[in-house]
Ligand binder design. Structure first.
Ligand SMILES: Nc1ncnc2c1ncn2[C@@H]1O[C@H](COP(=O)(O)OP(=O)(O)O)[C@@H](O)[C@H]1O
Ligand SMILES: [Mg+2]
Length: 231
């Protein structure tokens, strides 16, 4: 497998009136293409900060980060935005679907915004996440788990290289979370998408090929648990 990205000694310090907060304190790892990483850690351990650095939503204050062997831009919002647009997909915890558009139209809109409207592919993506019967419904007419699966289809419609999610099953029950994660895994495998998902739910570990545990801004353990990743 080829290397997708590498962080070396990454730091994200915040200066606060009470002193320096080391949200990320020397994080080093690389992620290979095709890995499905679950990032686990207690509240305040630095998970969201790490995702925000991975997606160039935030700038590290030290260390290096390269993506496909190129330094990821920092402290330059224009370059950071285009890095995100080219490479990153994001699944939100609260779905953020447009309520006035049908399920299918939500996908078509994203395709249109990224300049490749393709209704056939939009329908295939919805089928992939098990929603072929719901394409003409509105978000308010389907369940939370189904809405999250629409959001997944939407997030992969633009073919991101790296898909990220922060507590994306955080407000779903266990059974629904499992359905969402299954949809996510098959979508990522089919579309060759590498992923990093943040959670504090140990039950999601079974969907990963690798588990990274973080506490106080440092990596505590980093374990490959399945070798059957798709490459
Ligand atoms: N804008 C900020 N200013 C100061 N401290 C922050 C800021 N954002 C996050 N932190 C601190 O950084 C640490 C990591 O936060 P975060 O990445 O949100 O943790 P997690 O997502 O694991 O709950 C926490 O101690 C948090 O209080
Ligand atoms: Mg968080």
């Amino acid at each position: 497998m080829d290397k997708l990205l590498q962080m070396e000694n990454l730091e994200r310090y915040y200066k606060t009136p009470a002193g320096v907060v080391k949200a990320l304190d020397g994080v080093t790892f690389e992620i290979l293409e095709g890995e499905r990483v679950i990032l686990l850690g207690p509240s305040g351990s630095g998970k969201t900060t790490l995702l925000n650095c991975l997606s160039a939503l935030d700038s590290p204050t030290g260390g290096s980060y390269s993506f496909l062997d190129v330094q990821v831009p920092r402290n330059n919002s224009e370059k950071m935005t285009s890095f995100r647009r080219e490479n990153i997909g994001y699944v939100f915890q609260f779905f953020n679907l447009l309520q006035d558009l049908t399920v299918l139209e939500n996908i078509l809109l994203i395709q249109e915004l990224s300049g490749n409207k393709d209704p056939q592919r939009a329908k295939e993506l919805l089928k992939l996440v098990g929603l072929d019967a719901e394409i003409d419904r509105f978000p308010g007419e389907i369940s939370g788990g189904q809405q999250q699966r629409v959001a997944i289809a939407r997030s992969i419609a633009k073919r991101p290289t790296l898909l990220l999610g922060d507590e994306l099953t955080g407000n779903l029950d266990t059974e629904t979370s499992n359905k969402v994660m299954e949809a996510l895994v098959s979508a990522c495998m089919q579309e060759n998408i590498t992923s990093v998902f943040v959670t504090h739910d140990e039950g999601l570990v079974k969907y990963a090929t690798r588990v990274i545990r973080i506490d106080s801004g440092k990596i505590m353990s980093d374990e490959s648990i399945n070798s059957n990743s798709f490459k």
